[in-house]
Design a protein around this ligand. Structure first.
Ligand SMILES: NC(=O)c1ccc[n+]([C@@H]2O[C@H](COP(=O)([O-])OP(=O)(O)OC[C@H]3O[C@@H](n4cnc5c(N)ncnc54)[C@H](O)[C@@H]3O)[C@@H](O)[C@H]2O)c1
Ligand SMILES: CC(C)C[C@H](N)C(=O)O
Length: 364
């Protein structure tokens, strides 16, 4: 892989490799775009097959955060970290503290939070070394685990997508097929169950699946069968790239709306969903509740204010559909347009001269 070519292609600002022999830390911080503000994005801990795979993941996820934060209306750019390692075996206090010091060294250009494989406890360790971390414990007056809030945002966005597909946003009696019932989807299922939706779930983790069956009377299917079940709404809440050439022809749903990042394997799969008449709620818009919540910490966390913004995901999703209709494009492209237009307009408005510390006027 030719790194600078790839970075130029998608206009990345910075890629940082962090190594600490003492703790075994191997982290990659990718900063995509800071036009709107400091890059905020979570830290993923995962056992990658190769260093290249880890770097590509960090870069891809960082760019996704630029779009997510822009679409969410936050004054934040996009970045992400991946730590190479097994979250079940390789974590230690010294590893997260070393990582915290690397973040501090970036002097606020990057702010972290939770992602797959990291927890509130890990963020608290990072916090011992840097202020540039969010999603830390409520004991510090912070927002804690973002997953329940992400779930609420997905629920709101799913209702908006239902309105678009069925003319009514009620989920009562709707059959929702949920792929992966982990941290986010458990709470999503709770909202859906309370509204009277019928749940079909799958997970490779039997314990998580049993919890959904027991708590919400969900029906269970094998992981490879979830795409083809008869349902109104398919909610991908596990992995990325699950809308692909193999799965897209199997879908019987009218709506795809779920928490997973990077659901479309390639952009063209968004076009195909559109051609098939399936309403797609773009992943980074519908799952932005977590980042909206942690970002509120930067203002001095206020749960009520954060939840109000998360509720607004309903209108954001409707706005995406409106742009899609206005411009005759699929919803995934409409979401990109909405995010890109915001970044560009802020870039333009910031071109006005402001006297800062490095201004020539300082020598007067
Ligand atoms: N946690 C958040 O606040 C947040 C915010 C935005 C986006 N997301 C995204 O949402 C998704 C879920 O996040 P989470 O925090 O709930 O993660 P999680 O690890 O708690 O849950 C994922 C679940 O999916 C299951 N799973 C994995 N592979 C599967 C497969 N092949 N088939 C069926 N199930 C499978 C896992 O066993 C697990 O139960 C991820 O893609 C994440 O990036 C999460
Ligand atoms: C900042 C985090 C809460 C972000 C979350 N992991 C996401 O992908 O949106």
């Amino acid at each position: 892989m030719i790194l600078f070519d790839y970075m130029q292609k998608y206009d990345y600002e910075q890629l940082v490799l962090c190594q600490d022999k003492n703790s075994g830390l191997k982290a990659i911080i990718a900063i995509h775009d800071t036009t709107l503000g400091p890059a905020l994005g979570g830290t993923r801990m995962w056992t990658y097959d190769s260093e290249e795979e880890a770097i590509v993941d960090a870069l891809r996820l960082a760019r996704g955060m630029t779009y997510k934060n822009a679409a969410a209306g936050l004054d934040l750019g996009g970045g992400k970290t991946v730590i190479i390692g097994d979250p079940k075996k390789d974590k230690s206090e010294e590893m997260f503290r070393a990582f915290g010091r690397f973040i501090q060294g970036l002097n606020g250009r990057y702010i972290t939070a939770e992602d797959v494989g990291t927890t509130v406890e890990d963020m608290d360790l990072i916090h011992r070394e840097t202020l540039y971390v969010t999603g830390i414990s409520p004991a510090f007056g912070s927002s804690g685990n973002p997953s329940p809030v992400t779930a609420y945002g997905v629920y709101r966005g799913m209702k908006a997508a239902a309105k678009e597909a069925f003319g009514d946003d009620s989920l009562k009696g709707k059959i929702v097929a949920v792929q992966g019932v982990g941290n986010v989807a458990y709470h999503l299922c709770k909202h859906l169950h309370e509204e009277g939706a019928k749940l079909i779930v799958t997970d490779i983790n039997q314990e998580n699946m049993n919890r959904a069956i027991h708590d919400f009377g969900a029906e269970a299917v094998n992981p490879d069968k979830i795409y083809e079940v008869d349902c109104d709404i398919f909610a991908p809440c596990a992995l990325g790239a699950i809308i692909n050439d193999e799965t897209i022809g199997l879908l019987k749903c009218k709506v795809v709306a779920g928490a997973a990042n990077n659901q479309l394997k390639e952009e063209r799969h968004g076009d195909i969903l559109d051609q098939k008449g399936i309403v797609y709620a773009p992943d980074y818009v519908i799952n932005s509740g977590g980042v909206i919540n942690v970002a509120d910490e930067l203002l001095g966390y206020n749960r009520e204010r954060a939840m109000k913004k998360v509720e607004g995901i309903y209108d954001k999703i409707l706005k995406v559909f409106e742009i899609a209709k206005r411009d005759g494009i699929p919803s995934c492209k409409a979401a990109d347009r909405m995010a890109e237009e915001r970044i560009e307009s802020v870039r333009r408005s910031r071109s006005m001269f402001l006297h800062d510390q490095r201004s020539l006027l300082n020598s007067r």
